[in-house]
Design a protein around this ligand. Structure first.
Ligand code: SF4
Ligand code: FES
Length: 252
């Protein structure tokens, strides 16, 4: 081992573009510090690949602090890797040890097609949001101050918890059915719990669920895997709430 860092073998999914067939390729990286983030380790690999005239591995990232939900990697068979409550950018190399082989794949789901290497197209989530993830606000000049609407502490807290969903897609990638129910449950709950969300409540849940089905996400069979892998700790209660909202909307 050179220096004091870890020497690692990386098995990474390489795919030229959406049309090509991909395959796993093996790479070595040496002297990786335990203090690095997983993405910093990937940066080291890419510098190495560029230096040797090879194509760097394409992967999505933006904030690198657990906010944007872009860094979708399936690491050693787990969405965002072996740690809990973190995204790939927040995953630290101290979770691995010298000599490890790490398998890195894109998030896999029919509704998340691979664009290149580890980059997937998650615009299906955006289309679900566009189908109902909003509220109408009176901007006529008589707009009511948000603070003038009383909301119980319990509902405010639950709505805030649901709103922490960053749309990363780990729930889908983890689910054997590729179900998006945790994501959609969080988005529906965020509004269902607040008075501002009541105006479009029935249409919202019906339209978001219809779009979810249209995009080809699978059904929920209550395995609970999504909750385990969600970096934001979104609770399964949100799925139950969405189902109640849907029944209410259909009865109306
Ligand atoms: S529910 Fe969790 S895992 Fe799913 S998209 Fe939201 S933050 Fe990501
Ligand atoms: S890069 Fe933004 S959440 Fe990881």
């Amino acid at each position: 081992m050179s220096g004091k860092g870890m020497n690692l073998t990386l098995k990474i999914w390489r795919q030229k573009d959406a049309q090509s067939t991909g395959k796993m390729e093996t790479y070595k990286v040496n002297d990786i510090s335990e203090h690095m983030s997983f993405l910093e380790m990937m940066d080291v690999l890419n510098e190495q690949l560029i230096a040797s005239g090879d194509e760097p591995v394409a992967f999505d990232h933006d904030c690198r602090e657990g906010i944007c939900g872009m860094c979708s990697m399936y690491i050693n068979g787990e969405a965002h890797g072996p740690d809990r409550g973190v995204t790939t950018c927040q995953l630290h190399m101290r979770m691995f040890k010298d000599g490890d082989t790490i398998t890195i794949e894109p998030f896999r789901a029919a509704a998340f097609p691979v664009i290149k290497d580890l980059v997937v197209d998650r615009t299906s989530f955006e289309r679900i949001q566009q189908a109902g993830g909003y509220i109408s606000v009176n901007t006529s000049g008589n707009t009511q101050d948000a603070n003038a609407t009383p909301i119980s502490k319990h509902d405010a807290d639950e709505a805030m918890d649901a709103a922490t969903c960053i749309g990363c897609g780990a729930c889908v990638a983890t689910c054997k059915n590729s179900s998006a129910m945790l994501f959609v449950g969080a988005k529906v709950s965020q509004y269902a719990l607040l008075p501002q969300g009541q105006v479009e409540a029935a249409d919202r849940v019906k339209n978001m669920v219809a779009q979810m089905d249209l995009e080809g996400f699978g059904n929920c069979t209550n395995t609970g895997a999504c909750e385990v892998e969600c970096p934001k700790g979104i609770s399964l209660d949100n799925i139950a709430r969405m189902n109640r909202e849907l029944i209410k909307a259909q009865v109306k």
